[in-house]
Design a protein. Structure first.
Length: 219
């Protein structure tokens, strides 16, 4: 069973991992960011979301902004040592670490995202497709979410609307582009999690997302 939602917002930034000093967004929403939006509406340990297709509705527009960020973070090693000892200081004073960085972000974005879910090894005999189907639809129709959906960065809130049969469907952007390698998702079976990439291509406004086990995915 597949689902479709329309996602839009004034600003978005789906950060390229290779750009370390300044934030630079991918041209369109990544599958991992799209999955997080579905999870913000409905998530249970028994299911996992898979993104099937992304339709780009608006022209790709850019803008440059300056953002206040922190220039450092507490190291994992120090955090582990403090937890092990049961004492120590982990605080960081934002005023001392604040830095201003430029970011190349997207503006006035709108996407139609198609997805489906599958069961994980935590599902039991009592779990059925119909059960979770109903739970997702009820939440999506009411506009309920576990957390505010966002477009790459938490300060860029997303408006989400469920698309059902009878909904007026506007054709996507009539444009084709090759985006090159794009973040697909992270492999959480290794520590630390490693990125997985796929060759993203938009044809007539549609980006087809490969399946998780597709051989074209690297990483």
């Amino acid at each position: 069973m597949g689902f479709c939602i329309e996602v839009s917002g004034d600003f978005a930034c789906f950060t390229r991992p290779e750009m370390r000093a300044e934030r630079v967004s991918y041209d369109v929403i990544t599958p991992s960011a799209a999955r997080n939006i579905y999870q913000s509406i409905f998530w249970k340990p028994q299911i996992i979301w898979h993104i099937d297709r992304i339709e780009v509705m608006n022209p790709i527009r850019w803008m440059t902004i300056s953002r206040n960020e922190v220039g450092a973070m507490v190291s994992q090693t120090k955090a582990r040592q403090t937890m092990r000892r049961g004492r120590g200081r982990l605080q960081m004073f934002v005023e001392d670490e604040r830095v201003q960085r430029s970011a190349l972000i997207l503006r006035d974005v709108s996407y139609r995202i198609y997805a489906h879910f599958s069961f994980t090894d935590k599902a039991s005999r009592n779990d059925s497709v119909e059960k979770f189907l109903g739970m997702f639809l009820r939440r999506a129709r009411k506009g309920q979410c576990f957390r505010q959906p966002y477009l790459g960065c938490k300060e860029f809130a997303a408006d989400v609307q469920l698309v059902e049969s009878g909904h007026e469907v506007i054709p996507p952007l009539n444009e084709s582009r090759d985006f090159g390698w794009m973040l697909y998702d992270f492999n959480y079976t290794v520590n630390p999690p490693s990125p997985r990439l796929f060759n993203a291509c938009m044809k007539s406004g549609v980006v087809v997302v490969p399946a998780t086990d597709d051989r074209g995915i690297r990483g």
